[in-house]
Design a protein around this ligand. Sequence first.
Ligand code: HEM
Length: 442
Amino acid sequence: MATAKFPPGPKTNLLWDKEANLPKDILGHFHRTVRKFPSISRAMIGPYHYVNISEPAYIEHVFTHPDIYVKGRDNKILRFLLGNGLVTSEGEFWLKQRRLIQPLFHKQRLQSFVQKISESTLTMLTKWESKTGVEIDIHAEMTGVTLDIVSQTLMSTEVKGDFKKLNDALLVVMEGMMNFFRLPAWIPSPRNLKMKKNRAVLFDTIAKIIDERRKSKAVHNDLLTMLMEVEDADTRERMTDVQLRDEVITIFLAGHETTANALSYTFYLLAQHPEIKQRIVDEVKRVIGDNEMSFENLSKLEYTTMVIKESMRLYPPVWGITRDAAKEDVIGGYRIKKGDSIAMSPYAVHRLEKYWENPLKFDPERFLPERMKNIHRYAWFPFGGGQRFCIGNNFAMMEMQIVLALACTQFNFSLAENFKLELEPLVTLRPKHGVMMKLEKN
Ligand code: HEM
């Protein structure tokens, strides 16, 4: 095994490489690398080796060999915010928590969320009626509605207070976590102190939700109840407050940030393609009409679903996924050294001509089953893969279908004058200056 050669790649350390421009343009770097070194490459970033993989069969190999490829170095950065919750935990503990939380996302449970998701959306749309003709930030709107949806459905609570305050705090923490030149969290540098102060805003929100539930006599059948009541089979102990906080903040953040971004980019694309937006309206009228929304009729919104998939192809909310090699391995004949970090970028792979014809074109029908027949399963992986596949993918798809169906049938969208989308690849792919639009009632 040790005789296999390392993947090709640049000789310079990318952290100092002006052309790579990593600290300022990491998306561009990925985009260029997967073209220059198709399939696989290896480079130094600071003291670490990164193997960049863009060949779908190799991506599948990494996702489906969790004994070799584990959540590693980058995961430690996420722990600053998510502690040891479902996204960041590993091994037996992760498996136990995943089994515990999984039933919340089964189809019959999702059905029970349809009404609440519709209500949150309709409340937002009612507010939009007074905002027609003026510029609004669709990203802020989507952050508000997805936060409301995740807290109402999974925690039976309304997030009181200021969405903007929470969002600003999250932004500071994510910017800090993504900084290439950050100091260890224990060093009281001005940036670390600012990050901790903003993290405290998020922790406080979660603590209040948990505290209110403890005091409440109401019976709920939701994530919070599941987490608070479960006992360890061996020790009969319940989760500690810190464990509880880590799981709740994980679902709270993983469950709204990504979906808000995906919806924002979808509206951004629809504003530029009114004919595609009209097809959504026609489909919703035909399939749902005056009937109530249900999991079943939502699953028949085939065109709307293709629009969402295509939007996540061009703008995957999780733009990069990493693992560390816990053992030696060989991929595509190349040596992977124990300790190497593996980087896989949905953003870069989803835009490769090799797998996607005319990749920059917004073309939802490329997701028609007959056109997808020859496309590798891992040429499109916005929800990751293998055993760490996104637990909330069906929830997110359903939520996006409902928001789009209701918003598109009531409103038309156009981009604000001179608006230019700028992407900000933090932990998620955010629109740096929001998505500014004008609404018009249908
Ligand atoms: C468009 C929306 C979403 C996208 C694009 C997305 C994407 C992802 C991706 C790529 C991963 C895998 C990360 C990795 O392998 O390192 C993941 C994991 C996860 N997602 Fe999502 N997600 C979305 C919505 C949601 C929602 C709505 C929830 C919860 C309500 C959620 C909860 C989670 C959790 C808990 C994990 C960790 C699963 C595990 O490791 O067992 N996500 N997501």
